[in-house]
Design a binder for this molecule. Structure first.
Ligand code: XIL
Length: 399
């Protein structure tokens, strides 16, 4: 996967946006105060275990939810990890265990256990769940991709399989999922639809179909289109904008757009607030769904072949650029009232996907390899503190 690997936008954007401070509304203290109709979705108000100065509690004061992608092997097994997930975040996303290859590794046999465990934990901890993800070109089960490749699964059968996958999964979790990422990463950088197994075999109509099928199976879930690199205005973001506008205009049940927000200090900070806002102006909810901010990191010593890396940024400048990006990514969401959740893609640097996919880069998350909060955490904490008293966002319900 290549996320803006090639373009080098010079200069680090250090100017921070100023969060609008408003003396209005004494913010409602309990999370989800305005989540009308969603109380059955595992929300039980602030759990007593949530410290008042956590990201979760501070964000709740302005009606924003903080979220985290959870590694279900660590949840419940590592005490510090588990405490961070439950205290700092009011929504959870399965980092992997709701993907098709995880839930149906063998055709016709569902393996829900890990995902069920996450959903149960969320309920116990008063957290909502982002379902990730129903239709994607990646992390598909081998029986499916092989079957399509060798012709034993026809186009018509593939369409039936996709419908069944979506409806079985949404039905399994019915009323327990706040937002589903129904379609993930369907657009290419040049603004044409990705030439995926879905486009090739089902044609462009698969996207609208997927939303309709998901909606039939759980009419109360918020249904999202989710993608990366739409934070920057450009052909991809413009094409996604045109697509979701068209879907909404033709009555397709789509309620939000997720901006993955996998940022890298070498590419400059995107015009994220403007992009969130223009999608929100279509009367769609928006969310930052997979935030991480990577930079170049130091090699391990002694230098090895192949190279091995630490999660220590190469310079103080790289570190301060990361801090600025964290602040600006959060403030962009805070500035858009339909931006209803801000989710980080993992807890600690050493369990992040970044080093494996972008060798030489890392340090992308809020906690270090020992699960100690980094300065990045304190930046978010401070921004949320300063935001307290800003108008309460009411977008937690469905768009
Ligand atoms: C990543 C996970 O973090 C990794 O553990 C896994 O090996 C690959 O997928 N965009 C997405 C996420 O929508 O599902 C991806 O998650 C990261 C990029």
């Amino acid at each position: 996967m290549t996320l803006r690997r090639s373009i080098l936008v010079g200069g680090l954007t250090l100017a921070a946006l100023v969060t609008a401070q408003s003396a209005s509304v004494a913010a409602a203290s309990s999370e989800g105060h305005h989540d009308r109709g969603h109380h059955h979705r595992g929300h039980h108000g602030s759990s007593p275990a949530v410290p008042a100065d956590s990201l979760r509690a501070l964000a709740a004061k302005v009606g924003l939810r903080t979220g985290v992608a959870v590694n279900t092997d660590l949840l419940g097994a590592d005490r510090t990890y588990t405490r961070i997930v439950n205290q700092q975040f009011s929504t959870v996303t399965a980092e992997n265990v709701m993907k098709w290859e995880s839930v149906e590794p063998t055709r016709g046999t569902y393996t829900w256990a890990a995902a069920d465990k996450l959903v149960a934990s969320a309920r116990q901890n008063g957290q909502l769940v982002r379902g990730h993800t129903l239709v994607w070109h990646s992390q598909l089960p081998a029986w499916l991709t092989l079957g399509v490749d060798n012709g034993s699964i026809s186009k018509a059968e593939l369409r039936r399989l996709l419908k069944k996958h979506i409806q079985d999964q949404v039905t399994h979790f019915r009323s327990k999922i706040w937002q589903w990422d129904v379609v993930n990463e369907a657009m290419d950088e040049d603004g044409t639809l990705r030439n995926s197994i879905w486009l090739k075999n089902l044609g462009p109509g698969y996207i609208a179909d997927a939303f309709r099928w998901a909606h039939e199976a759980d009419p109360n879930a918020q249904l999202f289109y989710n993608d990366y690199n739409i934070e920057f205005t450009g052909p991809k973001s413009n094409a996604v904008y045109a697509m979701v506008k068209r879907l909404k205009a033709s009555g397709v049940p789509i309620h939000g757009v997720g901006f993955q927000t996998h940022l890298d200090t070498q590419y400059g900070f995107p015009d994220l607030q403007a992009n969130l806002q223009r999608f929100a102006d279509l009367r769609l909810n928006v969310a930052e769904t997979e935030v991480d901010i990577r930079t170049f990191v130091k090699e391990k010593e002694p230098a090895t072949d192949p190279k091995q890396y630490t999660n220590i940024p190469v310079s103080g400048l790289a570190q301060s650029a990361q801090e600025a990006y964290w602040s600006q990514s959060l403030q962009a969401c805070l500035a858009v009232s339909r931006c209803i959740s801000y989710t980080v893609w993992g807890v600690a640097d050493n369990s992040s996907w970044i080093p494996g996919v972008f060798p030489g880069e890392g340090a992308a998350l809020l906690y270090d390899d020992k699960l100690k909060a980094k300065p990045q955490y304190r930046v978010l904490h401070q921004d949320l503190k300063l935001a307290a008293g800003a108008p309460y966002r009411r977008g937690a319900g469905r768009a």
